[in-house]
Structures are given as structure tokens and as C-alpha cells.
Design a protein around this ligand. Sequence first.
Ligand code: ADP
Length: 670
Amino acid sequence: MNPVPTFARRLQFNNTLRWLLPVVLVLLFLTILIWLPWQAREMESNERQEQLIADTLWVEQTIRFQLGRDEESLRALGADIDNGHLTPNQLRERMAQLLNNGHELLRVQWIDPQGRMITGSDDGAPLSEISRTTADIARRTHNAQYTQPEAQNPDPHAPPAAVLMDYHVPLYRGGTYLGSLVATYQVSALLEEMVPWWFAQENQITLTDRDDHVLARRAAAGPGHGVYTHKRALDLPGVNITLVTDSVKSAPRLLPNLLVGSVIVLSLGLLWSLLALWGHITRRLAAEGALRQQMSFRTAMENSLVTGLRARDLEGRVTYVNPAFCQLVGYPPEELIGKVPPMPYWAPEAMAEYQHRFAAVLAGTITPQFETIFQRADGTRVPVLIFEAPLVDKDGRQTGWMGSILDISDRKRIEELNRQQHEKLQTSARLATMGEIASMLAHELNQPLAAISSYTTGALNVLGRAEASGAPVDGSMLKPALEQASAQAQRAGQIIRSVHAFVKKREPLREEVTLPALLEGIRALIELQARRFYVVIHTELAPDLPPLRIDRMMVEQVLLNLTRNAIEAMAHIPPQRRVLTLRASYDAAAGQVSVAVIDQGHGIPQDVAERLFSPFFSTKAEGMGMGLNICRTAIEFHGGALTHHANPEGGTIFTFTLPAAPVATHTGAI
Ligand code: ADP
């Protein structure tokens, strides 16, 4: 199984979880916030309903209990009538007593089997049709019965349209039906007398018949709201009456306004902050992603660099090294980071130089670019080129130094190879020139040799004549001839020595020499070349020329090459223009001597100028094309420059410069 997709999936899952979890939690919180008041309302509502049911039951029980007590009293009275113990007066007294005990009772009367009143608590009233039927049922069943309540109208003792209900207790004496004891209830009085006031304050109480017709109603605190209601049948023999309670309380308000408001405001605030947080997190994640990408890009870049990188703080402590630097010095990063000088890669022989440079760094100055050597962990030396720049933080404050370090071993090797190559080429070029010079030499030496020969022959003739005549030798005649011969011999010798020195291969050797002395040394050779084409040599040397510290032989060769080219360029122009000028001046400000070789020859066309310094480029049939290339190398080796431009008077001017001060050696750099 490939671990990378698994890791990526896990990362993605983690990211999803990071934003999903708070969202789910907040939604849960909001749901609970909304659900809680709703739940509280439900609970309150249930509680009220349950309370109403309990209260209704209690009221029903109370009514039942009171009616039960009345029934009991009536049955006891009935039994006394049955036994015939009571006198009519006693009976009336008992009846009055009953009415006193139960205010719900309107009257009590004893009626005979024909429905006529025998004795009553008042004057009595004729029985209604329903009441008579009930009396009959009670008689037949021998059980006390209630009549269906009905409005009794008109009744002199009852309030208008009062709903009344009779209770019949059948009377038997020894199996003989004596009629009924009838108790008349005013139904509304049941509610007034039997329902406690506190219940009536909170509820509308109604008694209904089986067809839901209202028999009586008590609404002390106004009509009920129909929200909390309960029905309870009064279990009375012979009659269907239902007790209906309806609370005056309305449904609990969902939430007090303040609570609703604060919940809404809080929820909105929460949502807003969640969105803001979300936005913030998204931006942060995007920034983090970009940063991570930048980091990996930077790391990849640093790791792929072949240039060593090293950062140091202001105390010179190494704070960062890249892999290329570690590879260069052969130490792992942990052995370098946090180190203060002396560093493990400092070579003992260059310690003084490092210390000096480090002191400068501490003082806040750096050498932006310099060469030095490092010592690798295995003890080998490596030449390096170091570039240093200040390291600044985001506020522009300098926090240290950043250095890039180049391994220049290869460059040094190539430079050395080039140098050797050039030397070989110089030797070859010299040899080639020597061939030419040898032929010229043979021709030129002819002159002095012929002169010497004729001077010596003349001198010998003088001696011969003196010997033949026996006259003494005239020294004054011999001396000029011998002097001339000697001068010519010396000149020949100088030509030969110069050629010898020129072709001899040797190591570069710097010596202090003045330009006039140098020119003097090669004058004979230049004249030799010039004479071939009848070129006149002009020398214009500034009087303040300082001495030069140069490899004499090299600079001589440069001059010889340039003068030879100049002379050859004038080979085919009118003889009166064949003037070679050698001009030397000193620029004190730049501290350098400049030497110009000026001809009035054919000049250099553009296409030739472009390839002038390329090795083996020549326009001459017998040319090697190495001269200018070697010249430039030699001049640059001395820290100068070789340039050329067209001579305004026709021809070309080649100029080279040489520093007057001693040339800085590069040994200090390593
Ligand atoms: P070579 O002299 O062997 O040809 P050089 O490198 O000395 O090689 O010169 C290269 C070419 O530059 C010459 O062939 C010539 O065409 C041109 N050149 C050099 N010096 C001069 C000059 N003073 N005037 C005109 N042409 C020149």
C-alpha cells in the first residue's frame, strides 16, 4: 500500500475535522438553546394540565362526598319514617335540619304514592313529569334515584329558570309502599356550595347533562381559555352529570421577550463570530500553505545550490549553513551551527588572516569579496571565494551577515593550466619568431661582419705596407678602424644575446626596471625589424616615468610583437609615411604607465578587429596569429590592459598599461 495517499487522506480528513467540529458543536448549541425554552413550555403545560386533572378529581370527590352525606341523611330519615317513629313535627324539624346542613338542598318533602305531599320543609311544589317517573323507578327498584336535572319554571321559591334535580328515596313499611322522600337540589348551588373558592378563582366550572347542555356554571374569575380543560362524570345513580373544568390560564408564552431577544442576539453573534473565525482560519491556512510552499521552494533551492551558504549573527556565531557548505568543509551542520570562531574549518597557517577579518566583522565592517582557504575535516585545503553581505530582518535591522562561499579549486586548476599552456605557446611563438629572426639575423649580421672584415682588412693592409717599407706603424691610422670593428662586433653580440634571451624559456621573474632601460634592451632588435621595411622609429618618453615591477622578458616580447605588427602594417604604404612612434606617459592619478605603439599602416578593418585577439588568427600568409593573444595575456598578468584604436592620421594605435606600484600578489588571498 502506498503510504503517501494515506497520509494525504489523513491530512485532508484532519482539515475537514478542524472546521466541521466547531460547526457541529455550534449547531448543537443553537439547537439546545432553541429546544430548552420549548421543552420548558411543554413541561409547564403538562404540569398545569396534570394539576387541573388532580384538582378536578378532588372537586368531583368533594361533590360526591357531600351528596353521599346528604344521601345518607335522607336514607336515615327515610328509615325513621318507615318505622313510624316520627311525629309530623319531628319530621319537619329533621327536614329543616337537613336544609340547614346542606345549603345545596332547596327543599325536602315526603310524597305519597300518588305524588301528593304529606310533609315538607316548605309548602312543596308539584313533581315534574321526569320526577314522577323517577319516583316510580325508585319504587320499583327499591333504590334511591336522582332525576335528570331540568329547569323548573315557574317556581315561586326557586330563582327563575333554576335548574333543579330531585333525589327520590322510596319508603316501605313492611312491604307497603309509603311514597318517596324527595330532596330537591338546586344544581347551581352544588357548584356554589361544594367547590372551594380558590379553585373557582382559577377555573370556570360547569355541570353539563348527557347532551352537553350546561346545567350550571361558576366563573368567578371570568370564562376559561379552553387550553387546560378536563371532564369528569359525577357517578350518581339514575343521572348523567359531567363536571367540566376549564382553566382561566392561557398557554404559557413560548418565551419571555427578553429571553427570546437575547437568544437570538447571542445566536447571531455566535454565528457571526463563527463565520469570522472561519474566514480567519481559511486565510491563515492559505497563508500557511503559501508559506510552506515558499519554504519547500527555498529549501529545494538551497539544497540544489552548489554555492555554500553561511549565516552569522553579529557576534560571529554561525546560525545557518546549507548542505553545499557542509559538503565543502566536510562537517555536519550540527558541528557548525552555534559555533563561534575559531571555526573548525580555519586552516592554522591562515589563522592570523581569519582573526584579523573576524575582528573587522565584529567592528561591523566586512570585506564584500575575498579569497581564502578552508581546511576540510580530513585536513585537505580548499581555496574558496567568499562574498559577504549584511543580513537584515523585516524591520530593516541588521541581525548578522550572510556569506556565499564558492569552491574555486577548479578555477585555480584551470588558471594554472592556462598559465602553463600560455607558457608553452609563448615558447612555440618564440621559436617561430626565432626562425624568422635567425634569417634576419643572418642578413643583419652580414653588415657588421662585413664592416668588421673590411676594417680589419684595412688595418692589416696598413700593417702589411708598414712591414714592407720598414717604416714604423702609424697607430693613428689603425685606431679608428679597430674601434669601428670593435663597435660592430659589440652590436652583433648584442643582437645575438637579445635573440638568445628572447627564445630562452624560463619562469616569470619580476624585477624593477624603467621603461627607457627596457626599450634600450630591445632597441637593436626593433631596429633590425624596422630596417627591413625602411621604417623610421620615433621615441617619445615622458620624463616622469616611474620604475615598473615586471617580468622584463615578457614586456619586451609584447613590445617586440607590437612593433613588428606595426612595421609589417606599414610595409606597403608610401615610404615617407613609414614612421613608428613609441610613446610612453605616466598617469599619476591612476598610478599607471601607458605605452602606445603608433603606426600609419593599413589599419584594422571591423571584421579583423573582432577576432584580433583570438589564438591563431592571422591575415598574414606566414603569420602564426598568436602574437596579440600572448601580448594581452602578458599585460593582464601584470594587472594592466591592452587596447587598440584607429590612428586619426591613418593606421593603428595599440596601447597597453602597466601599474606603477608593485603589483599585488594573489598569495595573500589564499
Ligand atoms: P600574426 O602577426 O602572426 O598574424 P598577431 O596576433 O600578432 O598574429 O596579429 C593578428 C592579426 O592582427 C594580424 O595578422 C594582422 O592582420 C592584425 N594586426 C595586428 N597588428 C596590426 C597593426 N598594427 N595594423 C594592422 N593590422 C594589425
